[in-house]
Write a protein that binds this ligand. Structure first.
Ligand code: ATP
Ligand code: MG
Length: 257
């Protein structure tokens, strides 16, 4: 059975998509079978890995809303990265409203994934910065959540709200737990980065990954070249950091069994 890991953070631009793409890529590099699922209509994960959204017949929208569609139809292979992805299209924008009156609307993705999850060691889900029904679908099927926290004041201050929402999700998904909080866009020369890191470790202890992700322009450039960082620039500070973060994640979950 796959480990299903989703990102969650209601704040935008904190590194959810960057973390999903690069952790997925490093897991795949080691031989794990990895499926990424883009649950954000913006499609940054999809576009950043080189999938052309115009040509898609099936996407996460159909997987979520049409139980008659076999979810494997929506899977695309990112050859060079050795990754699979269920991409998103703009159609997903309408899904929030369409799901509104559906009974059991939070667990549609969970149902769909039962058909494909045995093929993968890891399924990594990228969510949008909004805690609506689509994001809840990610959380309802996940075994664990990764929370990227940009080491600035507001993302840190918003964490209690996220923690409360995760607690609520346990009613639908009792096995849900936090895999870890990631300090992202870390700037070693600023006091604020150190201070927020310290406060996070004080608050969450071992649940904060030891590895911090530095602010590194190569991480921001990689999507423009449609590549994860392990292909684009593995020797960059960002590349090394995501590799080491993936080591930590693997030590927690493992996949060679
Ligand atoms: P959204 O909530 O809009 O989906 P997000 O949480 O997924 O945002 P990302 O898209 O991963 O955040 O990152 C926001 C922007 O910052 C992107 O342009 C990305 O390339 C850049 N970025 C992410 N992580 C880093 C980093 N460690 N150093 C420098 N730039 C980064
Ligand atoms: Mg994103």
């Amino acid at each position: 059975m796959a480990h299903i890991i989703t990102t969650a953070m209601q704040k935008g631009g904190v590194g959810k998509t960057t973390s999903t793409a690069n952790i997925g890529a490093y897991l795949a590099e080691r031989g794990a079978k990895v499926l990424l699922i883009d649950l954000d209509p913006q499609g940054n994960l999809t576009r950043g890995l080189g999938i052309n959204r115009e040509d898609l017949q099936y996407s996460s929208y159909e997987v979520l809303l049409n139980p008659a569609v076999d979810p494997s139809y929506a899977i695309q292979h990112i050859g060079e990265a050795g990754l699979d992805i269920i991409p998103s299209t703009l159609a997903l924008q309408g899904a929030e409203r369409e799901l509104l009156n559906e009974v059991g609307r939070e667990t549609f993705l969970r149902e769909a994934l039962t058909h494909i999850q045995d093929k993968y060691h890891y399924i990594l889900i990228d969510t949008q910065p909004f805690f609506g029904t689509i994001t809840q679908n990610g959380l309802a099927c996940a075994t664990a959540v990764i929370v990227p926290v940009q080491v600035e004041v507001y993302p840190f201050e918003d964490l209690p709200q996220l923690d409360a929402q995760l607690e609520l999700m346990k009613k639908i998904n009792p096995v849900l737990k936090v895999a870890g909080y990631i300090c992202t866009m870390y700037e070693a020369i600023t006091n604020l980065s150190h201070e927020i890191e310290e406060q996070m470790r004080k608050k969450y202890g071992d649940l904060v990954f030891q590895t911090v992700i530095p602010k590194n322009k190569r991480l921001a450039e990689a999507p423009a070249w449609r590549q994860p960082i392990n292909k684009f620039d593995p020797h960059s500070k960002g590349g090394k950091a995501y590799k080491s973060l993936t080591d930590e994640l693997e030590a927690k979950y493992g996949w060679k069994n």
